[in-house]
Design a binder for this molecule. Structure first.
Ligand code: CAA
Length: 258
């Protein structure tokens, strides 16, 4: 049983919720939290009743970064042997879409964890930042790579080199997040987004997510070929027949994920 996260497999129909639960430490991401998130996502990925996962913290903090107290005394060799970022790679491999529902601090590893998710809904109190520079290091869980892809080089460079936090509004303008809403409705908004994905064909959603991620990981010609194969593959599914028949027959499709 996880101790530092809460997992609700049936938060809503087809929607699971993972809540990081270390409120006193502002949800600092120690090794145990990250392993628990990885294990929970693996289990939810294997569960056909779940189609979308929401990952959240609490109103004050999504997560204030990797656990500085756990890292403070470590040597480079310790860090290499612990190899914590393999866990992050496994999280990135989750097949189902993950929506980060963010309120308060999303800093350092917390900002990187949001960016490892597929979409971000933020409360207007959310603050995003990569403040590692202020403690003598730099981002290590994708911050120097995913942030520039999301907000462009100039803003990413400024955030990484000065540690400046940006508000939810600035994050929205920069393209880091999907939507900003009042603090009392960020969960509702995340659920609304999850529901609008959960009604689609789960297998089409999975292949579409995989294809969009390739845009960041492959040269264009290769990722276009990858996309094309996934597109053709979907014509082998019952959901494609159902989706297109439903359109022709002017009714709502009933997708089964087959
Ligand atoms: N690691 C461990 N503990 C943390 C933490 C972190 N990243 N962030 C906050 N905490 C703890 C504090 O130590 C404090 O604990 P105590 O009550 O035992 O002292 C508690 O959470 C509350 O924090 P504050 O009293 O500092 O709260 P605040 O409102 O005054 O400040 C804050 C909030 C601005 C977020 C501040 O806590 C802060 O700057 N935190 C660190 C942010 C940071 O540097 N994150 C990057 C970490 S490195 C990283 O993430 C590397 C990577 O790429 C993976």
């Amino acid at each position: 049983m996880p101790e530092l996260i809460l997992v609700d497999k049936q938060y809503q129909e087809h929607i699971a919720l993972i809540t990081i639960n270390r409120p006193k430490e502002l949800n600092a991401l120690n090794l145990q939290v990250m392993s628990e998130i990885r294990d929970a996502l693996k289990e939810l990925d294997d569960d056909d009743s779940v189609r979308v996962v929401i990952l959240t913290g609490n109103e004050r903090a999504f997560a204030a970064g990797a656990d500085i107290k756990q890292m403070a005394g470590k040597s480079a060799v310790d860090m290499l042997l612990i190899d914590q970022f393999t866990t992050w790679d496994q999280i990135r491999k989750t097949k189902k879409p993950i929506i980060a529902a963010v309120s308060g601090f999303a800093l350092g590893g917390g900002c990187e964890l949001c960016m490892t998710c597929d979409m971000i809904i933020a409360s207007e109190t959310a603050q995003f930042g990569q403040p590692e520079i202020k403690i003598g290091v730099m981002p290590g869980a994708g911050g120097t790579q995913r942030l520039p892809r999301a907000v462009g080089k100039a803003k990413a460079m400024e955030m990484v080199l000065t540690g400046r936090f940006i508000s939810a509004d600035e994050a929205l303008q920069a393209g880091l997040i999907n939507k900003v809403v009042p603090v009392d409705s960020y969960m509702t908004e995340a659920v609304r987004l999850a529901q609008s994905i959960a009604v689609q064909s789960p297998i089409a959603v999975q292949l579409a997510k995989e294809s969009v991620l390739k845009a960041y990981e492959m040269p264009l010609q290769e990722s276009l070929a990858f996309e094309r194969k996934n597109f053709y593959m979907l014509f082998a599914t019952e959901d494609q027949k159902e989706g297109m028949s439903a359109f022709v027959e002017k009714r709502k499709p009933d997708f089964k994920g087959r």
